[in-house]
Design a protein around this ligand. Structure first.
Ligand SMILES: [Zn+2]
Length: 481
């Protein structure tokens, strides 16, 4: 609308006195109005710092989820860098925020790879910090006031692998061209949420349990490290409402239905000829089937946790289906189970931890925090059928498909047992040397093969001389003759 000046002028025939007189009378007749008491104006809440990141929700091959915006609610500097994590990619970093203060770049560009990888590492750490009462989890070298960051290398070199190294204080994600594919079909491990979460899981666990990476531990301790990485990827996906909702719709709220959730590192696995991802958490492996091969042993533990998750979700969905959305129930159930696993691992032995140790801590923490007894039944059952623990309460209902999945107090025989035994003390997974040949790059780092468990367990930085210590001592003896 055009506003003309004459819109504000009095009409030409108006008598000015007719305006003045009532005004004067009003001033005489009515006492002056009290000055209005100033009403407090709501002070706007200051905007919290935070940035948008564009990330692959699973990996480039899981097109149903694709790339979406994620919000990181903490200060992130150009790099991306914050107080715990920095990013390094030669010729690309530091990556500057865009004009909106965000890290949003074209999917597949080097800047995207830096932002995406940083965001997933940051989200993984934030998830465990929440379970740690909001407190930071130190990296293994953060002792005596040391605050060194971990450095993330999104293009850490060529190869079909990724790893965490305490010596390098780094997470390295490699890239490769699958056999028989043109060079344009490069697979970047950094673009997989599962792989980034898995390797970050190794770094978090090395901070919590610095003695567990040593190859001198029983194979099951190595299995706990590998399993923790995979479980981290599953719980991270379920901590994201869009992923949880997509999953509920895709599977009609049945976690044993085929989906992207239990399939780990889909694109990577397919590139290596595995149509269901590199590993599948929804497996039926038992300890007697896996010998001393750590990667296979890990799948037994991961599978047990996945089954417990599916059981608890079935129970909680039945209990809350009239009062809560199925996606919210899944997010809450997964978060509570993740916290239970986290607390159980923190409470487990510093070295030589076995699956039965973590299972018992899960039972005890669950009872201590007042979960319904049926939670412990799920945990006992799932560890027992995988030959991890003895069956302290009967498995007959589980084995005949008659589990009372919806009864909070169901125990099988009235016994709410919170201490079970190892199924077979002589299992190769407890007695043999670790075979790490099929594990991720972390488990194959020499620093965890040769540095003694006691040294690793003391925490602190490592350097090359720690790795070569035995050789150097031998040389010192030889040269002093
Ligand atoms: Zn691993």
């Amino acid at each position: 609308m055009t506003i003309h000046q004459h819109d504000f002028q009095a009409p030409r025939d108006a008598d000015p006195t007719r305006i003045e007189i009532p005004a004067q009378r009003a001033r005489r007749a009515v006492p002056p109005l009290p000055r209005p008491v100033p009403r407090p104006v709501p002070v706007p809440v200051p905007a919290r710092p935070g940035h948008r990141f564009l990330v692959y929700k699973q990996d480039p091959s899981v097109t149903a989820l694709g790339a979406r915006l994620a919000f990181v609610p903490t200060v992130v500097l150009n790099g991306p860098t914050d107080a715990r994590v920095r990013t390094e990619l030669q010729g690309v970093t530091p990556v500057a925020r865009d004009v909106g203060g965000d890290f949003v770049f074209a999917a597949g560009s080097p800047q995207f790879d830096c932002a995406h990888t940083f965001a997933v590492v940051r989200q993984t750490m934030a998830m465990y910090e929440r379970h740690n009462g909001g407190n930071p989890i130190p990296f293994a070298w953060n002792v005596g006031g040391n605050t060194d960051r971990i450095t993330v290398f999104p293009h850490g070199g060529e190869g079909a692998n990724a790893f965490y190294s305490r010596t390098a204080k780094a997470l390295k994600f490699l890239f490769f061209t699958p056999q028989g594919q043109p060079p344009s079909q490069v697979v970047h491990t950094c673009r997989s949420l599962d792989i980034v979460a898995h390797e970050t899981g190794h770094a978090v666990l090395d901070g919590l349990k610095p003695g567990w990476l040593a190859a001198g531990n029983p194979p099951q301790t190595g299995g706990l490290h590998e399993a923790f990485g995979d479980i981290t990827a599953i719980f991270l996906a379920l901590a994201e409402p869009d992923q949880a909702e997509a999953l509920v719709a895709l599977t009609k709220a049945n976690l044993h239905d085929r989906s992207f959730l239990p399939e780990l590192a889909e694109e990577f696995g397919r590139a290596l000829g595995m149509p269901s991802g590199l590993r599948n958490a929804d497996n039926d492996l038992k300890l007697s089937q896996v010998g001393n091969e750590v990667h296979a042993i890990s799948q037994v533990f991961t599978g047990a946790i996945y089954d417990v998750l599916a059981d608890v979700y079935t129970f909680e969905l039945s209990r809350q289906r009239r009062t809560k959305d199925a996606t919210i129930v899944l997010i809450e159930t997964a978060s509570a189970l993740c916290k239970l696993v986290f607390d159980a691992i923190v409470a487990a032995p510093a070295t030589g931890a076995r699956y039965v140790d973590v299972a018992n801590k899960m039972l005890q923490v669950s009872a201590g925090r007042g979960d319904p007894a049926v939670y412990r039944t799920f945990i006992r059952n799932r560890f027992a059928v995988r030959e991890i623990t003895t069956a302290a309460t009967p498995l007959r209902d589980l084995m005949s498909g008659r589990m009372a999945m919806t009864e909070p107090g169901y125990t099988g025989d009235g016994q709410d047992v919170t201490e079970v035994e190892a199924f077979d003390e002589h299992s190769a997974s407890l007695r043999a040397d670790q075979d790490r040949s099929r594990c991720c790059g972390t488990m194959q780092m020499p620093e965890y093969q040769v540095v003694p468990a006691e040294k690793l367990a003391r925490r602190g930085s490592l350097d090359d001389d720690d790795i070569l210590q035995e050789d150097l001592e031998e040389l010192r003896r030889a040269f002093s003759k």
